[in-house]
Design a protein around this ligand. Structure first.
Ligand code: SF4
Ligand code: SF4
Ligand code: SF4
Length: 166
């Protein structure tokens, strides 16, 4: 829902003719705050600011575009607030949509260490790791989260369904 609100707001920011300030600048500021939510950098105060800004834009814009532009944000904040709060408090996107909050992980119990995923990774983020289980030295792969660009190519490459998106 957070992503859907962002989609509609991006559209109205593009469509704003710029004649009045509440719509021209208000919606841009609102989009900046919403982007912070999707990147896990927003605070609970930002959510309150977004709500106030929505009402300000609605009440002070000259035409229907500005007067309705904040509606997707307002209605999702009202009915899906827990999704916003998950992004802000837990730094988690429950729908696994917001790229900056998604993590790809390899389940070492399923991974056979074939290395196919590593060859598909455009960021060279998948590295071999050895571990010991029941006295045997085993090979697995692990994702370096610092290097991962969250493209998801590795998920499709693994025939053993060993890579999960969390
Ligand atoms: S509310 Fe209407 S007039 Fe004002 S900037 Fe937006 S599109 Fe233009
Ligand atoms: S493709 Fe799958 S099984 Fe092969 S190394 Fe990667 S995660 Fe492991
Ligand atoms: S999501 Fe993309 S960048 Fe990240 S490990 Fe998988 S293939 Fe590499």
């Amino acid at each position: 829902m957070v992503d859907i609100a962002k989609f509609f707001l991006e559209f109205t920011v593009d469509e704003s003719c710029g004649k009045c300030t509440p719509c021209r600048l208000g919606n841009k500021r609102l989009l900046e705050l919403l982007t912070k939510v999707t990147e896990g950098t927003a605070t609970m105060e930002d959510l309150d600011t977004m709500e106030k800004l929505c009402y300000y834009i609605k009440e002070n814009s000259l035409c229907g575009l500005g007067q309705t532009a904040p509606n997707p944000v307002l209605s999702t904040l009202r009915y899906f607030r827990e999704e916003y709060e998950a992004h802000v408090k837990d730094k988690v996107c429950p729908a696994h949509v917001c790229k900056k909050l998604v993590r790809f992980e390899i389940d070492k119990d399923k991974c056979i260490g074939c290395g196919i995923c590593a060859r598909q990774c455009p960021a060279s983020a998948i590295e071999r790791t050895d571990y010991v289980a029941a006295g045997h030295k085993l090979a697995s792969m692990a994702i370096n989260q610092e290097k991962c660009v969250k493209c998801g190519a590795c998920v499709g490459a693994c025939k053993f369904h060993a890579i999960d998106k969390a």
